[in-house]
Design a protein around this ligand. Structure first.
Ligand code: HEM
Length: 448
């Protein structure tokens, strides 16, 4: 006989019939207790993503696959979201940046989706594994050199967080002054600090990158996207690049952080070198994009018997769906961490390679690295979508960086010499505008 999971602490849903809140500290502290509770009550459950924003969350593996593979009924274009079009979503809701309509492949359906997605997948496919590994290794070497002599680090903020930003600047072919602002913009958007200004800085910088590559194409993803037979115009170019940055940077940071966490907290992986297995185990048990895949039914329908109305927001809990097949974990790669169906992540191979190489390099450089605090004291960032640590403090025997990799003076992620319009750059950054940002410092280091 199975026993019903007790409602997790702080969950009002049990007694009041209220939607389960996913934005609370209680949820961030133990999401799997919430998932078990929801799954016990059915394959789909009403949830609250933020105050005033409700959705249906699918928590069962089979029901999730059915939804993801039924684009005729479940649409991605948020123009079909009734609560949004009726003005019922607060304009300043923290979840809007990840849900509001944008003309990119994530938020389009049918032929327009196919055209944009083909351009994205074909351009990503041109990145060679050799080039990617080389880029990852030099970013790893540089970032590790910034802290290796200290004997301690916060691997989340010193390594996992900047890593994807450096990688994207490399892959997109960003020159120094544009790359500094891309890093500032994307970092600010995800930290929610001056998010609107950060967004403006990012869009401006990416717009300049597009103009630059139209003029001087190179061997980089920006130029390949531009050359694609889909013939993206400048506006489409900017939106696909911002999507690649947005859809890539945050989950990549999460995957690096969550896999490192898994390696440090599991004896089985700690010294075994079974990194591939540790990565797959993380994707099963602790996927960085935990709850997403926003969809809007075109007609009244049901999800495994749970009624949903046309225009309601329906999402998939990749984490809960994986957990509903717990006995499979680690044995194969049929988890839903990359989603499934026509909108599945087009970047899983490069994302895997980046994560594995970055971790391998770190463990090679700092062979005795270990967690510096008890596992229970680690905090996870709140939020309904991502599963990501706030910090990952570690210690290790100090290692002097090689002569070629001396630490740079740490610079904040500020844009250097912002080009017009000046108003798009936050005033606090204007004072720092003459200082090189982190991307410039990296490029200077690369040039020796
Ligand atoms: C190099 C880094 C990455 C890039 C450039 C990238 C890019 C993208 C893009 C463009 C999409 C939208 C595809 C479409 O709608 O047709 C997408 C979807 C997705 N990605 Fe990634 N991604 C990256 C890393 C990751 C990582 C590390 C994860 C987590 C393990 C992840 C999980 C997902 C998921 C679950 C979706 C589906 C979202 C949805 O259904 O709404 N991605 N990704």
């Amino acid at each position: 006989m199975t026993t019903a999971p007790v409602p997790p602490p702080g969950c009002p849903a049990h007694d009041s019939g209220q939607p389960v809140p996913l934005h609370t500290a209680q949820f961030a502290a133990d999401p799997h207790a919430f998932y078990a509770y929801m799954r016990h009550h059915g394959p789909a459950t009403p949830v609250e993503l933020a105050p005033g924003v409700e959705a249906t969350l699918v928590t069962d593996y089979g029901a999730a696959l059915d939804l993801l593979q039924n684009p005729a009924v479940f649409r991605k274009d948020p123009h079909g979201w009734q609560a949004l079009s009726e003005g019922r979503i607060p304009a300043d809701s923290p979840v809007l940046p990840l849900l509001a309509p944008r003309p990119n492949c994530m938020f389009t359906d049918g032929a327009p989706h196919l055209r944009l997605r083909q351009a994205v997948t074909d351009s990503l496919a041109r990145i060679s594994d050799i080039q990617l590994s080389r880029n990852v290794e030099r970013v790893a070497e540089y970032l590790i050199a910034q802290f290796s002599a200290r004997g301690s680090a916060d691997l989340l903020n010193d390594y996992a967080k900047p890593f994807p930003l450096f990688m994207f600047n490399e892959l997109f072919g960003c020159p120094p002054e544009i790359g500094d602002r891309v890093m500032f913009g994307i970092g600010g958007m995800f930290d929610g600090v001056n998010a609107e200004q950060a967004n403006q800085v990012l869009v401006q910088a990416v717009g300049e990158l597009v103009a630059l590559k139209r003029d001087q194409p190179g061997e980089d993803v920006t130029s390949w996207l531009m050359e694609h037979p889909a013939q993206l115009n400048d506006m489409e170019m900017v939106h696909q690049l911002v999507l690649l940055l947005g859809a890539g940077a945050e989950p990549l940071r999460g995957l690096l952080g969550n896999t490192l966490h898994h390696v440090f907290t599991n004896e089985r992986f700690a010294r075994s070198g079974l990194l591939d297995e540790a990565l797959d185990d993380t994707l099963w048990r602790n996927p960085p994009m935990a709850n997403y895949a926003p969809h809007y039914p075109a007609v009244d329908t049901d999800v495994a018997g749970h009624k949903v109305r046309a225009g309601e927001l329906v999402m998939v809990s990749f984490a809960a769906a994986n957990a509903s097949l717990a006995d499979q974990a680690g044995s194969n790669r049929s988890h839903l961490a990359w989603s499934a169906g026509p909108h599945a992540c087009p970047s899983k191979d490069p994302a895997r390679l980046i994560t594995l190489t970055a971790i391998e390099h770190l463990l090679n450089e700092l062979p005795d690295v270990e967690l510096a605090v008890p596992e229970e004291s680690l905090a996870w960032r709140p939020g309904p979508f991502n599963r990501a640590l706030a910090q990952l403090p570690v210690r290790f025997g100090p290692v002097k960086p090689r002569a070629s990799a001396q630490p740079q003076t740490q610079q904040p992620e500020t844009p250097r010499q912002p080009q017009a319009p000046q108003r798009s750059v936050p005033s606090t950054e204007q004072g720092n505008a003459k200082r090189p940002g982190r991307w410039s410092a990296f490029l200077t280091w690369l040039q020796g």
